[in-house]
Design a protein around this ligand. Sequence first.
Ligand code: 9YT
Length: 128
Amino acid sequence: MIVKSLEDILGTEDETSDGNWTSRRFILKKDGVGFSMNDTVIEAGTESYFWYKNHIEAVYLIEGEGEVEKVATGDVYQLKPGTLYLLNDHDKHKVRARTQLRMVCVFNPPLVGTETHNEEGYYPLLTE
Ligand code: 9YT
């Protein structure tokens, strides 16, 4: 069994920031369970473009208000605590944070822990 608290991660190498967001990475590839899980904060008043070409991501919002846009269609979905979106088709998307957003993010395949978005906006598929 692995038990962790957010304060165990803050300020360590498992806390990663990139642009408008900070990701506190709780479960990673090294844990060997086939997925990773982060507690991510996105700053209020920002718009972020994301595209997980190599990963599937589920995002469950626990704090804040905003919206997510599916770029291919222009469809916009409102985000509030209790809302989940699943990028089951590697969807290019934009997240707009009206207030600070806090979300639980699950990735398959699991993140190694050092990923940030590259120039095309996606995470590389890291193996170690
Ligand atoms: C919602 C989203 O994709 N935020 C970017 C950070 C990412 N979820 C991560 O690495 O935790």
